[in-house]
Design a protein around this ligand. Structure first.
Ligand code: HEM
Length: 206
């Protein structure tokens, strides 16, 4: 088992971050292509909105999974956490823009009404707003400027963003269906793993 973990870690070290961005953006390219060539069914805008939202949530979950995976199995994908997080942010922004420009058609009165009346929109906005400072401070320069402790504290906003996104998905369904429940289970399960206190590496020193 240890040899397998070592192999996965060696392979992960070789993956260029650029390749993660390129692969991660492929669904967006496909969704845009499908949208503009009429391949998204009877309500293409809503379908694009849904696919972008779902992909955003999947990248958020992948980002959240990096640390628990390391703690539980020893597999180290820390290098890939930033690209995964930035991809999640990109999809959230695209999802928001499709809603704002194509779905709401910049009809501000309706937008304002949705923003204060619909709980799932408020939760989605909370997720998006929580991700803004994360994306803004994702570069190494920001980490150096802020210092590790402050940077880590700020980046706990990831948990808020993921929880808001999971609830956003749960609440927009009129009836409770399996898929949003599974996504919420993944998000809150990963958050629960982080809440388990870490065993000290050297019990004598602890
Ligand atoms: C962290 C941020 C967000 C995530 C991860 C997210 C994710 C999702 C997901 C997974 C869905 C359902 C997709 C499906 O049914 O297959 C969805 C739907 C939707 N989201 Fe978001 N979302 C976020 C933020 C937002 C924001 C900021 C807005 C707008 C202000 C928004 C508006 C919507 C709308 C209008 C729908 C479709 C509702 C319907 O079916 O009528 N979302 N989102």
């Amino acid at each position: 088992m240890a040899a397998l973990v070592e192999r996965v870690n060696d392979a992960a070290r070789l993956v260029p971050r650029g390749a993660v961005y390129a692969l991660g953006l492929l669904p967006a390219v496909w969704i845009a292509f499908a949208l503009f060539t009429g391949r998204l069914g009877v309500d293409p805008v809503l379908e694009a909105e849904h696919r972008l939202g779902l992909t955003a949530l999947q990248f958020l979950i992948a980002t959240l999974a990096v640390t628990p995976l390391m703690r539980l199995t020893g597999i180290k994908l820390i290098r890939l956490r930033r690209p995964l997080g930035l991809l999640a942010f990109t999809y959230v922004v695209l999802h928001f823009l499709v809603w704002l420009v194509l779905d709401m058609q910049l009809f501000w009165a309706q937008i304002a009404e949705d923003l204060v009346k619909r709980w799932y929109i408020i939760l989605g906005m909370a997720g998006l707003l929580a991700m803004l400072p994360l994306a803004w401070t994702s570069r190494d320069a920001a980490l150096r400027r802020m210092g590790g402790a402050a940077w880590r504290r700020l980046h706990r906003l990831t948990y808020l963003a993921a929880a808001a996104a999971a609830l956003h998905y749960l609440m927009l369904a009129k009836t409770l269906t399996l898929e949003p429940l599974l996504y919420a289970g993944a998000v809150f399960g990963l958050l629960a793993v982080r809440a388990i206190p870490r065993r000290p590496r050297n019990p004598a020193r602890a």
